[in-house]
Design a protein around this ligand. Structure first.
Ligand code: F7E
Length: 332
């Protein structure tokens, strides 16, 4: 690797950015980790800001401010730009559709414009998503050529961004790649996503802090992998000579119900006594089933996920149980 490659990573308080910054610093990059002032306090920042070297630079900026984005690109002259900033909660995007479009859609155009004007050799990664596919027939394995028909404001904004990357690639020769990532989770996942709600919720029931885990549509089926594996795939995409789009997924699925049942088994609890349904966690339009086909990423990038949904949930549950058990100890 050339000396001191520079990377901009947006979305820095988030799960994915925390793993990506760690990976890039480990690989000798100087990393410019972008977060909004209001989200700087998020605990995942500790993972990156406690890195024991001086290659991590915390930048406070809002990706929806075009002049901030272009100044950053002009000043840093990055080799790589990973756009992970987003309003990433699909359910919430129905409540704030316009700001979702700004953060998940327009911000990508600002970044692409800045790269085109000030750092045209910078490689760009866009966090695309399996939400682009929308409602598909159960049993299908979705790949880069499957049809996109988003069903949420989140999916629609991401669709716009996905198209813009392809347009800047074709029109201006920008090295822009999109990772069409299926659900990816970890011990650092936000507490309002369903896997973490389940692992933290069951751990808290087990330790006597709560009586129930309250969920929405437990029939939804997803393809869940570990975020650390997916972040490595992002990096691989930008190491290629040519830009392209890749699906990252495990190719295995489980329903929310199966995931909950599996975690309850780990906790030796009876699932039927643990969960409750509250319609407030249902979405106006649901994506009932998603399963990815990562063959292209495996073939071209040599990417292999190290976890499936069971090993992932076990890691997450054990981590959340340790936290919940410490709390019991504190209050005894
Ligand atoms: O929901 C159902 C919910 O919010 C998964 C984001 O990272 O992955 C994520 O989007 C499923 C849905 O993830 C609850 O209705 C049931 O069918 O964990 P989630 P998501 O919507 O699939 C994609 C790839 C992204 O790109 C997104 O940024 O679980 N579900 N009960 C619930 N979901 C939540 N959040 N909370 C519940 O209580």
């Amino acid at each position: 690797m050339k000396d001191n490659k520079k990377a901009i990573v947006t979305g820095c308080p988030g799960q994915d950015a925390s793993y990506l910054c760690e990976l890039l610093v480990e690989k000798g990059y100087s990393v410019y980790g972008v977060s909004r002032r209001s989200t700087r306090e998020n605990s995942n920042m500790l993972f990156v800001e406690n890195l024991t070297n001086n290659r991590y630079n915390a930048v406070t900026m809002d990706v929806t401010d075009p002049s901030g984005v272009s100044d950053l690109v002009k000043n840093v002259q990055p080799d790589e730009y990973y756009n992970l900033a987003a309003m990433s909660h699909v359910g919430q995007s129905f409540k704030e559709p316009a700001s979702t479009l700004m953060a998940d859609g327009m911000a990508v155009t600002y970044a692409l414009e800045a790269i085109k004007n000030y750092a045209p050799n910078c490689k760009f990664y866009q966090a695309s998503t399996s939400e682009l596919y929308g409602k598909v027939e159960e049993g299908l394995k979705l790949d880069e050529n499957s049809e996109f028909k988003p069903r949420s404001p989140y999916g629609a904004a991401k669709m716009y961004a996905h198209n813009m990357v392809s347009i800047y690639r074709d029109s201006y020769g920008i090295h822009g790649s999109c990772g069409i990532l299926f659900n990816h989770e970890s011990e650092r996942r936000g507490l309002n996503f369903v896997t973490r709600k389940i692992t933290t919720g069951v751990a808290r029931v087990k330790c006597g802090h709560e009586r129930h885990v309250v969920l929405g549509n437990i029939d939804a089926i997803r393809d869940w992998g570990h975020a650390r594996d997916y972040v490595y795939g992002m990096w691989l995409m930008l190491q290629q000579e040519n830009p392209d789009d890749y699906v990252l997924a495990t190719g295995e699925t489980a329903s929310v119900r199966e995931a909950l049942n599996y975690v309850c088994d780990l906790a030796e609890l009876n699932m039927d006594e643990v969960y409750k349904i509250n319609p407030k966690f249902m979405r106006p339009a649901e994506v009932p089933y998603l399963c990815g086909d990562p063959s292209k990423a495996k073939k071209v990038l040599g990417w292999r996920p190290q976890h499936n949904w069971k090993s992932l949930l076990e890691l997450m549950y054990k981590s959340d149980y340790r936290t919940a058990a410490r709390e019991v100890y504190t209050y005894r």
